[in-house]
Design a binder for this molecule. Structure first.
Ligand code: ADP
Ligand code: MG
Length: 309
């Protein structure tokens, strides 16, 4: 029997991973949908929940704007997640293999007001807990694609996720966005989600002939985002810069659909394998952060490792 911890089973089968950085245009959405597609190709069942009112993941996965109910309805409790999940069986959609989506619409910006009027006792930060609980066991991975600003859906993602992937591209503001995200991760750890762990930092848009900006970012992340066992939280597999990404994005597809043999598709495959390896080995804490609060979380990781093979 799994013990309950704040609405989350201590040993979940479904791995809930938020992807973030408090800055826009640094590769959060691209990272989310491509890791999802890579894991889907490996036979995993993956759900992406788009929590950004700018609908990056929804568009990238080719879903026409405003065509499906989604995150707003789930967060306000108007709909059960299972009733709004977009799958390959829906008309006119072409999702990557193994990937489902809870779409975002513009109405996400009004979710705060809606929550207040529905029930003043609903804690808006916790609105993802119940929906995720109802999906427990139905997916191997649920990815939460977040907005760059601390909107309610994004804060709810920090509160509900078990793991956090930080995304960054060589951008003058990306580092500040990483640090802000780390501060919010600590905030979530200290306020209701003590088990939240940084899974790692994904760096994309890294040129073959590295620019100074790229080198600075790599060095900074290697130094600042160290784990308590002295290793870097940066994933070894980085993603190169290539026009295949914006081209695929324009078509509402991942490169697993438009260019499966491209070097970048292989980089995402390697990254997906690295992610599974990290999940399997148990995660040391990324510094600086709160001490692990219970052995339960670590035991959970070990069991998850067995479940994930
Ligand atoms: N590896 C890459 N090579 C080239 N362009 C990329 C790469 N990864 C992301 N991009 C581009 O960078 C821009 C921002 O990416 P996006 O994932 O939308 O960021 P965010 O979700 O953080 O706002 C997009 O136009 C995307 O196409
Ligand atoms: Mg985005």
């Amino acid at each position: 029997m799994s013990q309950e911890t704040g609405g989350r089973p201590a040993t979940p089968k479904t791995c809930v991973i938020a992807v973030g950085n408090q800055k826009g245009g640094v590769g959060k959405t691209t990272t989310t949908v491509h890791i999802a597609a890579a894991l889907g190709e490996m036979g995993r069942k993956v759900l992406v929940i788009d929590l950004d009112m700018n609908q990056g993941a929804t568009r990238h996965l080719g879903i026409p704007s405003e065509s499906f109910l989604g995150a707003y309805e789930v967060l306000t409790g108007e709909e059960q997640p299972e009733d709004v999940i977009v799958t390959e069986e829906d008309d006119g959609v072409d999702l990557p293999k193994g990937v489902h989506l809870v779409a975002a619409r513009r109405n996400l910006e009004k979710v705060d007001k809606a929550l207040l009027s529905i029930n003043k006792f609903v804690i808006s930060q916790d609105v993802l807990l119940k929906p995720l609980q109802s999906l427990e066991g139905k997916y191997d991975y649920i990815f939460l694609d977040t907005a760059p600003n601390a909107t309610t859906p994004t804060i709810a993602a920090y509160k509900a996720a078990k793991y956090f992937i930080l995304a960054a591209m060589p951008d003058p503001f990306a580092v500040a966005g990483l640090n802000d995200a780390l501060t919010d991760i600590q905030g979530a750890q200290q306020n209701g989600n003590p088990g939240l762990r940084v899974l790692g930092v994904v760096l994309s848009g890294i040129d073959g002939r590295r620019t100074r900006l790229a080198n600075t970012l790599i060095q900074y992340v290697e130094k600042q985002f160290a784990t308590s066992d002295g290793k870097s939280a940066k994933f070894e597999n980085t993603i190169s810069r290539s026009t295949v990404i914006p081209e695929a994005q324009k078509d509402g597809k991942t490169i697993f659909q438009t260019a499966p043999n491209h070097k970048l598709a292989d980089q995402y495959r390697a990254l997906a394998r690295e992610i599974e390896a990290r999940l399997g080995r148990g995660l040391p804490q990324v510094l600086p952060a709160a001490e692990p609060t219970s052995r339960q979380a670590d035991e959970g990781l070990a069991e998850e490792a067995v479940a994930n093979g």
